[in-house]
Design a binder for this molecule. Structure first.
Ligand code: ADE
Length: 399
């Protein structure tokens, strides 16, 4: 994997020489290149920031040095290659283990470390629209750091340790907090009985010394549930209904669902809008969402009252033998667990008898969706889809 980091503090990234990441670099599993943004500023003071338009505190990073730095990265890759651009920032989507896994599949990542009040918004647009990069603004958590460098250290460490060969014992990757949506169980080592300097004696839980593997597994699972409930009840909520569509409450959507459907649409589509520069595009208002409920039958799936998935279907107005499936949506925190595939099969089952083909439309670069559809037997139709930047897919219906 190739990693480029652009920053005004190259020394900040020195820890990437240490420990497992340092060894992975020396072993050739990982190539990390750190670039000084000021090398792309050409005035005497190598200025990278200026005051914000519209007023307000602090400084904003200028577009020109960033554009030159990104252009430089683009010319440094192989023919036709381009990095996925990660911009750390408190306004980004939360960085999760699922995202670490996704980033670990990329051959080339570039990180743009903002400082001050952030980077001029046009740099994001330039990267996405002119350079064709996938751009993700990613946040470490709901707090503000002074810049993106610490976030890059965290993200690179989380990603690099997933690369084949970086960690010797691959099993230790499986049994970890967040790998399956629960926190890790407590761990103990020798001695079995330990007395602190304050003369308090603590024993390792008896079950761990019992040699009874089934009892140990059950105890650990219980500990994980209790710990998650105590420290991260939000995870427990998300991990429970995720097993299958059958665990969710199904209804046909009515007008009263329009606002929540719109919220789910925004949550699911935000990365696409950002990638194509279509901020605010698509269904924009609750009124529009309600009007679309008249044209399609929309099914909603709820977990503990919360709308977590939805799909809609209708006969093609121009070809009554084709069943159109649309707005296949799973809440971002529940994605990657097979619900999308189930939802697609559900959508197909709603087609009336006599349906000859299923039809869908998705972003031309929406790899994740395309992968699910192809696996389900859909084929991309040549040419542009029903909307700009999209493709249509079709599959013959089993009669
Ligand atoms: N830069 C500033 N604050 C940040 C945060 N919370 N996450 C990622 N990058 C940041």
């Amino acid at each position: 994997m190739l990693i480029d980091v652009v920053t005004i503090f190259p020394e900040y990234l020195a820890p990437l020489d240490l420990s497992l990441i340092g060894r992975a670099r020396r072993d050739g599993l990982l190539d990390v290149r750190v670039h000084d943004l000021r090398d792309f500023a050409h005035d005497r003071h190598r200025t990278v920031d200026d005051t914000p338009y519209g007023g307000g505190a602090g400084m904003v990073m200028k577009p020109q040095p960033w554009a030159e730095a990104l252009d430089h990265l683009m010319t440094s890759g192989g023919e036709g290659a381009s990095p996925r651009l990660v911009v750390p920032g408190p306004g980004g989507v939360p960085f999760t283990q699922a995202m670490a896994r996704e980033l670990a599949d990329e051959p080339w990542l570039a990180f743009a470390c903002g400082r001050y009040e952030g980077i001029d918004e046009r740099v994001h647009e330039h990267a996405a629209q002119d350079l064709g990069l996938r751009v993700d603004v990613v946040s470490l958590g709901d707090y503000v750091l002074n810049g993106g460098e610490v976030a890059v250290l965290a993200v690179v460490e989380a990603v690099a340790r997933l690369l084949p060969g970086v960690i010797g014992n691959a099993e230790s990757l499986v049994e970890e907090s967040h790998e399956d949506g629960l926190l890790e169980y407590p761990v103990y080592t020798k001695p079995a009985r330990w007395t602190s300097a304050q003369d308090v004696t603590r024993d390792v839980p008896q079950v761990l010394l019992s040699g009874d593997h089934a009892a140990i597994a059950a105890w650990r699972h219980q500990q994980r549930l209790e710990r998650t409930a105590a420290r991260r009840p939000d995870l427990l909520h998300a991990s429970q209904p995720a097993a299958a569509l059958a665990d969710l409450d199904l209804s046909v959507a009515t007008r009263g669902d329009a606002a929540e459907i719109l919220t789910l649409t925004r949550a699911c589509w935000a990365p696409e809008y950002a990638r194509y520069g279509l901020f605010g595009a698509g269904t924009a208002t609750v009124e529009e969402a309600a009007a679309e409920l008249q044209e399609w039958t929309t099914w909603t799936f709820r977990a503990a009252g919360r709308l977590v998935a939805s799909v809609r279907g209708r006969l093609d107005p121009d070809d009554r033998t084709t069943w159109q499936i649309g707005r296949l949506m799973v809440a971002p925190d529940l994605q990657g667990r097979g619900l999308g595939r189930e939802l697609l099969a559900f959508g197909e089952r709603q087609a009336p008898s006599g349906t000859a083909a299923y039809w869908l439309n998705t972003g031309a670069a929406s790899e994740r969706s395309l992968r699910i559809y192809r696996k389900a037997g859909y084929r991309v139709r040549p040419g542009e889809g029903a909307h700009p930047g999209t493709v249509d897919l079709a599959k013959r219906a089993a009669r």
